[in-house]
Design a protein around this ligand. Structure first.
Ligand code: GLC
Length: 631
């Protein structure tokens, strides 16, 4: 099938919000304190003004900031100074993120250091290592049940290894991003142990409910994160003689941010890690920080104030550090993590763009760009000096629910259909993923699986089918690389690595279905990179070509606005970044488009397009320079 259509301009994304721009760079600690201290104190007053410990905790925090700054190494202070001069440093198209579990990628922190050459070859400038701090023994949600913020998980190495790794990465221009699990701690963390021993000071670090009636009242409004493996949001503790709030697994105890001591201790833990060389913090489960009866206890205004206060903390004591919100929330709730309307740009520097990621998967299942286009049209431009973290896959499931509100109610079944498609249950599906935590066939929860397995590599029996799987992989990565922000490669996708082949019986204790997309990356796969005929080598070459092209396009910087264009073909997404027109065909069928100008140049191949007619193969993507002349 082929269609001929003319491209015209459509709705531009909303212009950047006006109002408070971030303060100009303040070089010395005293200047930074003067610039950000008043905002920090105002946030704390809003959060804790009526708490009896308010004044004492503010004094403790102020001391902590001064001590932390004093303890910061000359090397890190030099980095701070450099970044203050260039607050958009992380929005450059040269930035590329890579996300991996330490054990699956390099075995240990020292083993990760051995793989820096691989990261450099791919063009990585930002390495997100999934939790490596000491976790609860046994079940620990892949390390997300942290027992100590000041120790490394013994099997992964030592604090010295962390120091060596951050320095080795920095020497290669790679920033280390660490998870910072701030919504909860392990039930074996010292604070939880003290609470269990009956210490009232630490009992107040958690939300402990006294009665089943209170539990039921809260539960009525709460979502279920793991409805099958961890139903409910509370866990009864005999030692506490009450129900402790556990949004995730029963051994992950939610911290009580209504207690100012929790905020100060968490800020202190974050600054200690920043001084150990962590340059980016992935603020895990950021949406859940504040509880309010009668609400889903997500995205509450106070959660934003806490994040804004943390931002002030790093701006004062470790200003080269970035904060990234992990808030996998409905599209409309997402932009505030980059700053509320009254404080644009004053919250996290980065946030996961989960709506665009999820909508791209829906687009591929439907062979239509309609929903993705709609999500992009409704996404406001980011505030100054902030950006999205764009991605295709990560260590979690693809959570379809983030798009629920982006669809009219009668169309929500489209999400369940996408979920069935990627579980390989729909007619014509090329995918081999699995549904996650879905309690019935119509539930719209999540999908597990490595990108390659979801994109048809496992079901491909001919060269044409293998080519199609590769084209799909490059299509989705093409969107992530050009839609704006730091694009992230999930470990293994650069080699089209498939699902973890380990039988479930041999998975780590308590692992859930997400283990499917947490395979190891052995040397043998890396060794295939040079062979373009191999599955791994073809993906490696294709992805590196796109990454190299992206680096060469200044208009792919995170602060260049995105303008949607009408492709005239429902299968094709079209948007413009500066002078570059980006086109993506989400269907298997070829089409022919009419370009807005003659003589455009393909950014990837360097070839000039003759005339205005562009054939775009099924799953094809094009980045074309020369769109400005046509604008
Ligand atoms: C985040 C992590 C996820 C973890 C959860 C609880 O969503 O990405 O892997 O299970 O937080 O810590």
């Amino acid at each position: 099938m082929s269609s001929k259509s003319s491209m015209s301009r459509t709705s531009a994304a909303t212009p950047p919000p006006v109002g408070l721009a971030p303060e100009p760079a303040a070089a010395s600690f005293a200047e930074r304190q003067a610039a950000h201290g008043p905002a920090l104190h105002a946030h704390l007053r809003r959060l804790y003004g009526t708490h009896p410990d308010h004044a004492a905790s503010v004094a403790r925090l102020d001391e902590l900031l001064a001590a932390s700054h004093a303890a910061r190494s000359a090397e890190l202070q030099a980095l701070d100074a450099q970044r203050l001069q260039d607050p958009d440093w992380f929005l450059s198209p040269r930035m590329l993120a890579y996300s991996a579990y330490v054990d699956r990628y390099g075995g240990t922190l020292a083993g990760v250091a051995q793989r820096i050459a691989h990261l450099r070859e791919l063009g990585v400038t930002y390495l997100h290592l999934l939790p490596f701090l000491r976790a609860r023994p046994g079940q620990n949600d892949g390390g997300f049940a942290v027992e100590s913020y000041d120790e490394i998980e013994p099997a992964l190495g030592t604090l010295d290894d962390l120091g060596s790794l951050t320095r080795a990465l920095r020497a290669e221009g790679i920033s280390l991003c660490s998870d910072f699990v701030l919504n909860h701690v392990a039930d074996t963390h010292d604070w939880a142990r003290a609470a269990r021993r009956g210490d009232p000071r630490y009992r107040a670090y958690f939300h402990v409910l006294d009665s089943e009636a209170d539990v039921a009242a809260y539960e009525a409004g709460l979502p279920q994160i793991f409805p099958l493996t961890a139903p409910g949001n509370f866990t009864y503790s005999r030692e506490l003689a009450g129900w402790v709030w556990t949004t995730f697994y029963p051994y992950q105890w939610d911290l009580n941010y209504a207690n100012p001591a929790v905020f100060v201790d968490i800020a202190a833990a974050l600054l200690r890690l920043a001084n150990r060389g962590v340059e980016v913090f992935r603020l895990d489960s950021a949406a859940f920080l504040w509880k309010r009866p009668g609400t889903p206890c997500m995205n509450q205004p106070e959660a934003h104030w806490i994040l804004q206060a943390l931002r002030c903390v790093v701006d004062i004591a470790a200003p080269g550090t970035l904060l990234k919100a992990e808030a996998i929330v409905p599209s409309r709730e997402l932009p505030p993590y980059l700053g509320l309307p009254d404080a644009p740009g004053r919250e996290c520097h980065l946030a996961y763009q989960s709506s665009v990621m999820t909508a791209a998967w829906v687009a591929l299942a439907e062979g239509s760009a309609e929903l993705l286009q709609r999500v992009l049209a409704e996404t406001p431009a980011v505030p100054p000096h902030t950006g999205w973290l764009t991605y295709v896959r990560c260590h979690d499931d693809i959570g379809w629910n983030v798009l629920r509100n982006a669809l009219p109610p009668q169309q929500v079944p489209r999400l369940a259909a996408a979920s069935r498609f990627y579980a390989g249950l729909a007619e014509g599906s090329f995918a081999r993923g699995a549904s996650f935590q879905a309690s019935d066939a119509n539930a719209v929860h999540g999908t597990n699986g490595m990108a390659a397995s979801l994109l048809g590599y496992d079901t491909a029996h001919s060269d044409a089918e293998r080519d199609a799987a590769l084209a799909r992989l490059l299509l989705l990565y093409g969107v992530a690389l050009s839609v704006g922000g730091i694009a992230m490669v999930y470990m293994g996708d650069e080699f089209a690595l498939g699902n973890d082949p380990t039988p479930p019986a041999l998975w780590p204790p308590g692992a859930d279905g997400r283990q499917l997309h947490r395979p190891a990356l052995p040397e043998s796969v890396l060794a295939q990179a040079a062979d373009e005929q191999s599955r791994a080598g073809a993906a490696w070459a294709g992805l590196r070509r796109l990454i190299a092209a992206r680096r060469s396009v200044a208009d792919f910087a995170g602060n260049v606005p995105l303008r949607l264009r009408a492709s005239g073909d429902a299968r094709v997404l079209a948007f413009q970044r500066g002078d570059v027109l980006c086109l993506f065909n989400f269907a298997a069928s070829d089409c022919t488009l009419t370009l807005p100008a003659a003589g455009m140049t393909d950014v990837v191949s360097g070839r000039r397009i003759v005339g205005r007619s562009l054939p775009l193969p099924g799953y094809g993507l094009r980045w074309l320079r020369g769109a400005e002349h046509a604008a």
